[in-house]
Design a protein around this ligand. Structure first.
Ligand code: ZN
Length: 333
């Protein structure tokens, strides 16, 4: 769970198997979903690190801040929160877990500095107020990990301890579950987001990996920056003429690259085909009739073509080199 932002591509509402509204999930269920999103995202980002231009050191953990919960009492009852910041989610075999960090450890300091933002630091963050403290801490943590091992001062059962975490190379992107009630997934250049109803629609991690890999591809291919530089307008204008044509080209690129990212991470790329076939059959309308996206049958053919290209190419020891990452991205036109 993290910042609520406008979604780049809201998807139409559909009937899902589990509860589809974030408000119907307990905090414990939301945490389990956070672990799932973090873990699949971590696997995609670390497995593809040899091919990414922008790299960071990932610790395989998600923090949260008491202030991001509307009901602080309920958050304390579920998560403890011995301090303002605590460990929300860990990748089971990730660097933070291996270093000894545990879920619900309170984080009080980072390399000897208290983890406590000033009012000015918070005011400078372009986020809704409730998410500024966690955005601040995430930025601190990422910057520190990129310089080397990080000494975290923690509180566990009232006892102060220090845990030193060294990150592992990963494609630069964060992965977040959004506590929204609409279907959607998004990429803002830095963060991949997926909403609770969208996650509930996934039948397995291959399908989840397909959606996260598509959004991660948008970030790795710097689509947001390149669309801005090409002067592509957002909103209704994006559905028209040149705006729509260039946007569609970025969607095709993201679908193509996602196949390679999934294969390198050990996910079945056919998860994308299964997901879009099921989703398309149930809906087949909304955004899929928009000129910025292929309709689902055409999209499935695109995945099949790309998979055939991958299967005909040589797998290096470190994985399949995605053709779209071989050269710096050219301007969109
Ligand atoms: Zn997309």
């Amino acid at each position: 769970m993290a910042g609520l932002m406008a979604l780049a591509a809201p998807l139409p509402a559909i009937a899902a198997s589990g509860p589809s509204k974030a408000s119907e999930w307990s905090l414990g269920e939301l945490r389990a979903a956070d672990v799932r999103v973090l873990s699949v995202g971590y696997r995609l980002a670390t497995a593809n690190a040899p091919f990414c231009r922008a790299i960071e050191n990932a610790a395989g953990m998600t923090l949260h801040h008491i202030g991001q919960y509307p009901d602080a009492g309920a958050a304390r009852a579920t998560f403890g929160f011995a301090g303002d910041y605590a460990v929300l989610a860990l990748v089971a075999d990730g660097p933070a877990a291996r270093a000894g960090l545990r879920t619900d450890d309170a984080i009080v300091s980072l390399n000897g500095m208290p983890l406590a933002p000033t009012a000015e630091e918070l005011a400078a963050i372009d986020q809704v107020a409730a998410y500024r403290p966690i955005a601040w801490a995430d930025a601190r943590m990422r910057a520190a990990l990129d310089k080397g091992p990080v000494a975290l001062g923690i509180l566990r059962g009232g006892e102060p301890m220090t845990v030193t975490v060294a990150g592992t190379p990963a494609c630069r992107s964060r992965f977040e579950l959004r506590p929204s009630d609409s279907y959607g997934a998004s990429a803002d250049g830095d963060i991949v987001g997926i909403t609770v109803p969208m996650l509930a629609f996934m039948v397995d991690d291959d399908e989840l990996a397909a959606i996260l890999a598509h959004e991660l591809s948008h970030n790795l291919l710097e689509h947001r920056r390149r669309l801005n530089e090409a002067g592509v307008q957002r909103g209704l204008m994006q559905q028209l003429g040149r705006n729509a044509r260039i946007t569609l080209a970025t969607e095709i690129e993201a679908d193509r690259l996602s196949v390679w990212l999934m294969a390198n991470a050990g996910y079945d790329p056919r998860g994308a085909i299964r997901f879009w076939t099921r989703y398309g059959r149930q809906r087949g309308k909304g955004i899929f009739s928009a000129p910025t996206h292929y309709r689902w049958k055409k999209r499935v053919r695109l995945f099949e073509d790309e998979l055939a290209t991958l299967q005909a190419s040589v797998q290096e020891p470190r994985g399949w080199y995605p053709p779209l990452l071989a050269e710096p991205p050219a301007p969109l036109e």
